[in-house]
Design a protein around this ligand. Sequence first.
Ligand code: HEC
Length: 131
Amino acid sequence: MNSRLFRPLIAALVLAFAARIVIAAQGNPEAAKVKNPIEATPDSIAKGKAVYAKCAPCHGREGEGGPGNDLIPAAPSLVDDKWEHGSTDGEIFDNIKNGIGPDFNMVPWKDQLKDDDIWNVVNYVRSMKKK
Ligand code: HEC
């Protein structure tokens, strides 16, 4: 094949691959499949709000995000439309439970919070966004 035609084709393939890797890094397809087992009832949201007191120092009282400090980079808003690490309930649950590597500035909460409490805080975060 004529290399003038071939090279752009290779370049396009390489780009397509790179784009796939970037997309995969942003979310977690396995976690995305996990369904939220706890309905977002007023009771669940109230429990989630109590849990959120632990998150507010970094993510802001209304989930607006924080300024960060010398030790911890700014925590992202949880009420805008941007989810760097996956937007499904399952991915948000996974990010809270297991933290976000490789730096783990978002620490894992699995030793402090029961799974139910993590789902409740997912429901609360969703409810903040709707306000
Ligand atoms: C010590 C500060 C700190 C605390 C406390 C904290 N976070 Fe985070 N959180 C972060 C930082 C920093 C990031 C960004 C991590 C990254 O991108 O590598 C983050 C990321 C996240 C994300 C991913 C956001 C996205 O765009 O995908 C979610 C969801 C989240 N935090 C929820 C919570 C919840 C819920 C709590 C309370 C249980 C909590 N965080 C407590 C600092 C914190």
